[in-house]
Design a protein around this ligand. Sequence first.
Ligand SMILES: *Cc1c(COP(=O)(O)O)cnc(C)c1O
Length: 252
Amino acid sequence: MTRPWGTADETARRAELGAALEELEGRLGRACAAAGRARDEVRLLAVTKTFPAADAALLAQLGLDRFAENRDQEAARKVARFVELAPDVAARWHMVGQLQRNKVRSVARWAGEVQSVDSRRLVVALNKAVRAARDAGERTEPMDVLLQVSLDDDPSRGGCLAGDLPLLAADVADSGQLRLRGLMAVAPLEGEPARAFDRLAGIARGLRSEHPDAVELSAGMSGDLEDAVAAGSTCVRVGTALLGGRRLASPQ
Ligand SMILES: *Cc1c(COP(=O)(O)O)cnc(C)c1O
């Protein structure tokens, strides 16, 4: 189902998204103030997975230009549609989901940043894909990369073990087409997010001592962004608190 464009539905949805954004900005402002940080130290990524391109276009009208997706196939279609709906917006799209190596060539066409890099084989494949995309004129820039680290030491949910980071970081730094920008993590299903994010902050300090440009820390989602901002997150990834509850099936 695609939402009609330029209709009363669109007006209602814009109002809904505007109200959610205002509330979210309030939370982010309070979280930054509580942590003694400036609001502009924390970027807001709108996680639009399962929502239509029209919603991303409405969020762009409300001033957002950073979006995230977790599945290549859905994202590739959505980004193409978004460009039609909002041709004047220089949006940046981020891949935040587990990435299979057979999808890297497509991701290299639409993503400005991949936050879910967690294996050496993926680094090799992504590097090659970005080079091919640049050779083909499908992208101009190298790919910004965050390494995803697992905070529950259960790599089935994505993310590498903290102990594997030094080698992975060196691979990215030496890759040629990938720029190492920092770390991403998701709070464990069990336990206090604050403790997990403090551990993450320590891991990030370790990475920065070897790679001073790897300053980004992508942490915090709808339910735990305050804890993440307190721990030094530079990028919160917000879906539900902005767009509402997700249905199970993904529209286009
Ligand atoms: C879906 C998703 C989010 C957003 O989660 P919400 O709880 O809806 O804010 C953030 N990060 C990743 C990796 C996701 O897959």
